[in-house]
Design a binder for this molecule. Structure first.
Ligand SMILES: CC(C)(COP(=O)(O)OP(=O)(O)OC[C@H]1O[C@@H](n2cnc3c(N)ncnc32)[C@H](O)[C@@H]1OP(=O)(O)O)[C@@H](O)C(=O)NCCC(=O)NCCS
Length: 162
């Protein structure tokens, strides 16, 4: 289990980053339960692109689940005040590198349709492999599809592709 401070950091970004309209954010209990499993891993990033030092604000985080030769990105977010500075791309590269050290050969993620994050994922080398119709329900009751993206680790060079 990570230190409580790190969970606080994750939750602060979670609350700031995810639009409540889509119900994608996890609560603290969900994060804690995932990290108790042992096959879930998280990364934190600060404004300068590295893990935050004590007392430094956290700009973003990722949470992923490893399974044999695959690792799934469960949550990925950058606080709005730090966006469009390359931190999301840096965090994605760090996630890929750390997943590879755990033996991942393929990376997976799922996002709601029309999430602008798709631009970033495609630049990085992810491509769509599946769709779950009506998987997400918005606060207003609309149904949105979930899109699954995958990326082979051997195709990643650690930088987002433009
Ligand atoms: C997705 C997210 C993590 C991106 O973080 P970020 O730090 O802004 O990303 P970057 O600055 O590294 O963006 C890199 C590139 O991705 C693309 N991109 C990122 N956000 C984009 C957006 N909202 N619209 C269009 N393109 C976008 C751009 O090409 C960008 O490069 P540019 O700024 O030079 O044009 C952030 O917007 C976020 O936290 N969103 C809410 C949570 C979320 O939806 N997470 C994904 C769940 S699946």
């Amino acid at each position: 289990m990570p230190p409580g401070d790190d969970i606080d950091r994750i939750m602060a970004v979670m609350v700031a980053a995810f639009d409540p309209a889509f119900g994608e954010a996890w609560n603290r209990r969900q994060v804690e339960d995932a990290l108790l499993l042992g096959n879930c891993h998280y990364l934190l990033i600060a404004e300068h692109g590295e893990a935050p030092l004590p007392g430094e604000p956290t700009a973003g985080f990722s949470l992923s689940r490893h399974g044999y030769e695959e690792e799934e990105l469960l949550l990925f977010a950058v606080d709005p005040q730090y966006r469009r500075r390359g931190l999301g791309a840096a965090l994605l590269a760090q996630f890929a590198a750390s997943a590879r050290t755990r033996g991942a050969e393929r990376l997976l993620l799922e996002m709601r349709q029309d999430n602008p994050a798709e631009h970033l994922y495609r630049q990085f080398g992810f491509s769509p492999v599946g769709r779950r119709a009506g998987y997400y329900r918005t606060a207003r009751g609309a149904c949105l599809d979930a899109l699954t993206f995958a990326c082979n680790c051997e195709e990643i060079d650690g930088e987002a592709h433009s």
